[in-house]
Design a protein around this ligand. Structure first.
Ligand code: ADP
Ligand code: ZN
Length: 530
């Protein structure tokens, strides 16, 4: 005789086929669904496009009552509800954007048990009238989407998510399922503890996205490099270009448009109407390039994003993974391209130094940046290193990243490092002066610039001792020393300074291996004629 769980499981598969029109579950969808249908709590970590939604939508249909889905993506609630309604699922939403009339209708349907799913903005759960409403209906489960929004250090933090820990106290018998595409075990632990998911079973999928080709290139003339990428490899494709600042978003969008590429800007400085219109166009039209700050992207379900390009360094591997993960949700070949340079390191270290928050917070930011820098400077397979960061050990190099396609050479940079650090040491004595990387490199190359004559730096013993490397190579040396913590930047002007570890290199107790950039950047697709 079949146990009740077996019967429910059959129901789940039947629902998948009848309602959603799919033949089989993917990955561990079925395990999650069985667990939640049986009343258990779950924490689900799955990459973007992995199929998280069905993990709560099917239990919502199988269990009695209404599933309450907490989602921060107010702008997308209508789309989600429309998509469910189209396949005959009874869904509604409550958020601040709807009319009082619409709200009343949804509330009545909820109380009458005429809904399968009710989408709620997280702030709704802080409102007493909403809680009272929920008490009047029958809740089958709580789904907490984008659960990493509870993580206080991430850039998607939503204070309202902290209040979600009360769901368990108020409705102890209702199962909860939290879902996210953010993968580190630190975030996972933080989600479980902040949401009081003590007994939840964790379902962790592989975070590999094999169809995404990862490439990190030295930043020279970033906009021109970007243009070449789009023209040579992605003509007419839809994609996202991330920039750090609003100004640079605007400039880059103008630059692309002027060069015949249909591009739209998106950042928090644009009015809400323009933002919404640009987002809609990006979703509905073919082949548009969205140039955006990281304010853009969460919950964007556009399957055919063919490339994600970063013109500035992301602050963490988590951010990089999440942003690049918006490429290729349809499983077709896609590019994740990042241009990265010395200025990125200087700028980000400065931002951390001047950031609000205590020492522990700054250390946390610095540790995340270091992991991102390590990914940029690695001579190993990018994918292997990325997955290792998320706790997945894969042994084989992927064959689909720049270091696999065009292996960079490594070279013994110990002497170069010593030359550079000696220069910094000598300049360091002129404490009240400000000498950045450019000046140090000029000294090593023996350039007679105005600044060098002004300070008499052509009489330093290190003047002109670095002519064996080019200017670009020296900047690479500075970048890698910064990435490894063998050099630091201080103050508003990016003044170079020694660190404790510098002494080991200067004292010949430590060697430094460096990455030499390949002459020709990797591309598996070859160049198409323009
Ligand atoms: P996520 O929320 O994890 O980013 P979605 O839930 O939006 O992913 O699912 C991504 C895509 O995969 C959707 O188009 C969805 O319909 C599809 N999908 C999910 N599960 C299955 C399945 N078992 N079989 C076929 N397609 C699926
Ligand atoms: Zn690789």
């Amino acid at each position: 005789m079949a146990s009740p769980t077996d019967l429910r499981t059959e129901d789940a598969l039947a629902v998948l086929r009848r309602v959603f029109g799919y033949d089989a579950f993917r990955g561990f969808q079925r395990d999650v669904i069985d667990h939640v249908v049986a009343g258990g709590d779950a924490l689900v970590l799955m990459p973007t496009g992995g199929g998280k939604s069905l993990c709560y939508q099917i239990p919502a249909l199988v269990r009695d009552g209404v599933a309450v889905v907490v989602s921060p993506l107010i702008a997308l609630m209508q789309d989600q509800v429309d998509a469910l309604t189209a396949v005959g699922v009874r869904a509604g939403f409550l958020n601040s954007t709807q009319s009082l009339d619409a709200r009343r209708r949804v509330e009545a349907a909820f109380v009458a048990g005429e809904l399968d799913l009710l989408y709620l903005a997280p702030e709704g759960l802080g409102v007493r009238s909403t809680l009272a409403l929920l008490d009047r209906g029958r809740i089958s489960l709580f789904a907490i989407d984008e659960a990493h929004c509870v993580s206080q250090w991430g850039h998607d933090f939503r204070p309202d998510y902290l209040a979600l820990s009360m769901l368990h106290e108020r409705w102890p018998e209702v199962p909860r399922i939290a879902l996210t595409a953010t993968a580190t075990s630190a975030t996972r632990t933080e989600i479980a503890s902040r949401l009081k998911l003590d007994d939840a079973r964790h379902f962790v999928a592989s975070f590999d996205r094999p169809n995404i080709q990862y490439r990190i290139v030295p930043k020279r003339e970033p906009r021109k490099q970007l243009l070449a990428l789009l023209r040579d490899e992605h003509p007419g494709d839809a994609g996202i270009v991330y920039c750090l600042s609003r100004a640079s978003v605007d400039k880059t969008a103008e630059f692309l448009t002027a060069n015949g590429i249909a591009a739209l800007p998106y950042h928090a400085g644009l009015d809400a109407g323009t933002r919404a219109a640009n987002q809609q166009r990006f979703l509905r039209e073919d082949g548009l390039v969205m140039v955006a700050t990281i304010a853009f992207g969460m919950g964007i379900d556009k399957p055919d994003v063919r490339f994600v390009a970063h013109l500035d360094l992301p602050k963490s591997v988590e951010g990089y993974y999440q942003e690049t993960g918006r490429a290729g949700r349809d499983g077709l070949p896609s590019t994740a391209w990042l241009a990265y340079g010395l200025q990125d390191v200087v700028q980000q270290r400065k931002m951390i130094d001047t950031s609000e928050g205590d020492l522990a917070h700054r250390r946390n930011l610095a540790a995340h940046l270091d992991a991102m820098l390590a990914l940029c400077e690695t001579v190993r397979c990018r994918r292997v290193q990325l997955l290792e960061y998320f706790g997945e050990t894969t042994t084989a190099a992927c064959g689909n990243c720049d270091t696999c396609l065009t292996p960079p050479e490594s070279w013994d940079g110990t002497v170069a490092a010593q030359k550079l650090l000696s220069t910094v040491f000598r300049l360091d004595r002129e404490r009240n002066q400000r000498f950045g990387a450019g000046h140090c490199v000029d000294i090593l190359l023996g350039k007679q610039t105005d600044k060098i004559s002004q300070y008499g730096h052509d009489s330093l013993t290190v003047f002109g001792i670095g002519s064996e490397l080019s200017e670009a190579e020296w900047r690479g040396v500075v970048r890698q020393l910064l990435a490894e913590g063998l050099l630091a930047v201080e103050g508003d002007y990016g003044t170079l300074a020694l660190t404790e570890a510098s002494a080991d290199v200067l004292g010949r107790r430590r060697t430094v291996t460096m990455r030499r950039e390949p002459e020709k950047p990797a591309s598996s697709r070859g160049s198409k004629p323009r």
